[in-house]
Design a binder for this molecule. Structure first.
Ligand code: PLP
Length: 399
């Protein structure tokens, strides 16, 4: 707790001017936006980049030879380089970036344009059954597609530990064999907020099995580097990383990339979204993703510490605290909970009547059996400790 307070106090002077750069946040001081995992608010620099592009050089990319068209083509190419740089790509000349509309379409691109052509009868793939459904449906579709062609593959579950929402690498060993051709995993869990520590999966599956990472809740929220992450595809949503909706990307490490359809986009790309993504990544780098992570993790810890004092609530996933060496150090900026008596959807409405915008449903979690779902609070750099204290106070009053 003390450590949390220290972090928030130390970073306060850095955070306040950044919060002031979000027009929608500044215009609504009575509201707290606590749904950045669904989509993030946009700083002024992103809005200005979009307006500047549309007002000065809007045209189609890769077509035409006049200056606006050339400027648009150059902006799209630059954005691809910017994505590689932002992801800490150690070999940008060997990797490729494919713009998509978001993580769902990006994972589908990997499934359809790469994985389906790789698998033969009897092959196995290992995928998560309780992460976001966007990271399950495309792999099941590949199985169906191949089945229609007379090719049978086996889809195995990437196993979880019981209580924390984390993967279970020890159990994974039993699901991996000589026919394992592919693993899909998630970077940060969108319900439990846990960093799923995908390098443990690499250690189990060995160096040759391609791994595709759903980084929707990682990129733009925490420092992210493919230099230290041994995966072959990284898929993320630009709109969760402060860019416009309908924007995302697939990064493919060189040895896998060339078999993806070049460009990844049939027809006119979302040039405005791509321009916004480059501006958002510039903004995030200037703000410092390490400090954004420290700030939001401290706020999440403050919230889980507060909730742990309130007997009426159950926090999902790992316990949160910044205590050194604790498992919970790996919780990021997402805290999901239930009231033991108030249905989650009702709690969502009640919280909005107090000015808090949260998500309250099943969060698109694959296999989620509980129709009532839970309440998810997800944070970004504009959130404050005052918002969290007020939220904890409101939750206490609802006990
Ligand atoms: N994967 C995860 C972990 C997510 O949290 C989400 C969105 O909430 C998605 C995939 C889907 O992202 P999009 O709607 O941008 O395609």
């Amino acid at each position: 707790m003390t450590e949390t307070a220290d972090i928030l106090e130390e970073l306060g002077p850095w955070q306040r001017p950044l919060r002031a750069q979000f027009p929608i946040i500044v215009a609504n001081p009575e509201l707290a936006y606590l749904d950045s995992a669904a989509t993030a608010q946009k700083p002024r620099a992103v809005l200005e980049a979009v307006q500047h592009y549309l007002a000065t050089s809007n045209a189609n990319a890769g077509r035409g030879s006049y200056p606006w068209a050339n400027a648009t083509t150059a902006a799209v190419e630059r954005a691809g380089d910017r994505v590689k740089e932002f992801l800490g790509d150690p070999a940008p000349d060997r990797s490729s970036v494919h713009f998509t509309s978001g993580t769902s379409e990006g994972l589908r691109t990997v499934a359809r344009d790469w994985l389906a052509g790789l698998l033969t009868d009897g092959d196995e793939i290992v995928v998560p059954f309780a992460d976001h459904e966007a990271n399950l449906a495309p792999w099941l579709e590949v199985r169906e597609l191949l089945e229609r062609q007379g090719v049978k593959i086996r889809v195995r579950e990437l196993p979880y530990q019981d209580s924390s929402g984390d993967y279970d690498p020890a159990a994974l060993a039993a699901s991996v064999g000589p026919r394992t051709r592919f693993v899909a995993a998630t970077h940060v869990h969108h319900v439990y907020g846990v960093d799923m520590n995908v390098n443990r999966i690499r250690r189990v599956v060995g160096p040759e099995v391609p791994i595709c990472l759903d980084a929707a809740q990682g990129v733009g929220h925490v420092p992210f580097s493919v230099a230290g992450l041994d995966v072959d595809f990284v898929v993320f949503s630009g709109h969760k990383a402060l860019a416009l909706p309908g924007t995302g990307a697939v990064w493919a490490r060189g040895r896998r990339g060339p078999r993806l359809r070049p460009g990844g986009w049939a027809g006119t790309p979302n040039t405005v979204g791509i321009v916004s993504l480059a501006a958002a990544l510039d903004w995030l780098d200037a703000a410092g993703t390490d400090r954004i992570e420290a700030w939001t993790v401290a706020l999440a810890a403050r919230l889980t510490d507060g909730l742990s004092q309130l007997g009426a609530y159950e926090v999902l996933g790992c316990r949160s605290s910044l205590a050194a060496g604790s498992e919970v150090q790996r919780r990021r900026s997402i805290v999901t909970f239930r009231h033991r008596a108030i249905p989650s959807r009702d709690l969502g409405f009640i919280l909005y009547s107090h000015g808090f915008m949260v998500r309250s449903d099943g969060h698109c979690q694959a296999g989620a059996g509980d129709a009532d779902g839970s309440v998810r609070v997800s944070l970004h750099v504009h959130n404050t400790s005052e918002e969290i204290e007020k939220l904890v106070g409101t939750l206490r009053s609802l006990q």
